[in-house]
Design a protein around this ligand. Structure first.
Ligand SMILES: [Zn+2]
Ligand SMILES: [Zn+2]
Ligand SMILES: [Zn+2]
Ligand SMILES: [Zn+2]
Length: 355
């Protein structure tokens, strides 16, 4: 007995490895945005399946309570099949707390990512299980992986005025978890002077996500939210006072008001006047009908000082978001008033849906 004990290697958690693995996993995802869509990983790895407790309960004819007993955890587990080398994660989908479910899933993904089963000879890793002296270390590693996957600190760090409830909302995790992440980041800055360069977030592909979360505005008049850099007027209804908020209140402006599609210079891709589709522009004019086809600030609302503010506008902007003047598309009646026939059903292409 003593002999076995002395030979047993005590495993210490390798946090750097867990962090690196989380970064590797984020790299596999096509969309770089929060909340992370954890379920996507089952389509990325051939040797991984993700199943719910409801599925297991139906298949085995067991109550959920029995499933918890059977799998040894109320939350979830990760099972390794030595014969075919495949992993299966089970998570308890009947738990109402969405944040807790997501954390379990991320944690079990950690056991998979860090190959705990293969490396340490366990076939099953249960959340809150307690199999041997090393189990605690595996749990810590899996939690570190989960934290870095679900709330990557180099992204969270660059969210303006970040606080625990914002982290909870943005990452879709429990309040408790978001507090821990908040403390972890604050402590890193205050005690160790640890920060995260913007370059890492950029390199990881989160730049446009960060732009959108840091530049989202809500208009109380038309009840739209939109993403623009430092707007002073609503591009939809022209109202002046806007609320800056990372939360998606009201309607998504681009989804509710489909746009005339424009290029990077705000030029219509199809002439809104003559419907000419072969847009070989003569400068900013349609080659066929000669119409000005740029959506920009018309600078013509009667109370502006006459100097062009020169802003190129999105294809659905009715108003210049800098000075409040009408947009050229709106002036020419290519766009309806924002409150025109607003009950009409909208045509939204499947590509525009956020899920
Ligand atoms: Zn675990
Ligand atoms: Zn508005
Ligand atoms: Zn034309
Ligand atoms: Zn303007």
């Amino acid at each position: 007995m003593m002999k076995t004990m002395t030979r047993m290697k005590i495993y210490r958690p390798n946090y750097n490895l867990a962090e690196a693995k989380a970064i590797e996993f984020l790299n596999y995802l096509e969309k770089k945005e929060l909340p992370i869509k954890l379920i996507k990983f089952k389509t990325i790895f051939d040797d991984l399946e993700i199943k719910t407790y409801s599925w297991y309960s139906k298949k085995m004819g067991l109550s959920i309570e029995k499933v918890c007993d059977d799998l040894g955890s109320e939350d979830g587990c990760c099972v390794y099949n030595e014969v075919n080398g495949k992993y299966r994660i089970y998570y308890n989908d009947t738990i109402e707390n969405e944040g807790r479910k997501r954390w379990t899933l991320a944690h079990e993904l950690g056991h998979y990512a860090l190959k705990h089963h293969e490396n340490y000879g366990h076939n099953i890793m249960q959340r809150n299980g307690n199999l041997d002296v090393n189990y605690d270390a595996f749990e810590k590693e899996a939690n570190c992986f989960a934290r870095n996957l679900i709330a990557p600190p180099y992204v969270i760090f660059h969210i303006k005025d970040v606080n625990p409830s914002l982290i909870q909302h943005v990452c879709n995790i429990s309040f408790e978890a978001s507090w821990n992440i908040f403390k972890f980041i604050k402590q890193g800055i205050q005690e160790f002077g640890r920060g995260y360069s913007r370059d890492l977030a950029k390199k990881m592909g989160f730049e446009s996500f960060l732009f959108s979360i840091n530049n989202r505005f809500f208009c109380k008049e038309c009840r739209c939210n939109f993403i623009l850099e430092a707007p002073s007027h609503c591009p939809c209804c022209g109202r002046k006072a806007l609320t800056k908020t990372p939360f998606k209140y009201g309607d998504d402006f681009t989804m509710k008001y489909p746009a005339i599609e424009v290029d990077h210079k705000s030029r219509a891709r199809v002439c809104p006047n003559c419907q000419n589709e072969e847009m070989e522009y003569e400068g900013d004019f349609c080659k066929i009908c000669g119409y000005y086809i740029v959506n920009d600030c018309s600078n013509d609302d009667g109370n502006y000082n006459g100097e062009s503010c020169g802003i190129l506008l999105p294809g659905n902007a009715r108003y210049c978001y800098k000075c409040g003047a009408k947009s050229t598309f709106y002036m020419k009646n290519f766009l309806n008033e924002w409150n025109y026939n607003s009950n009409a059903p909208l045509e939204v292409s499947e590509d525009d849906l956020p899920f």
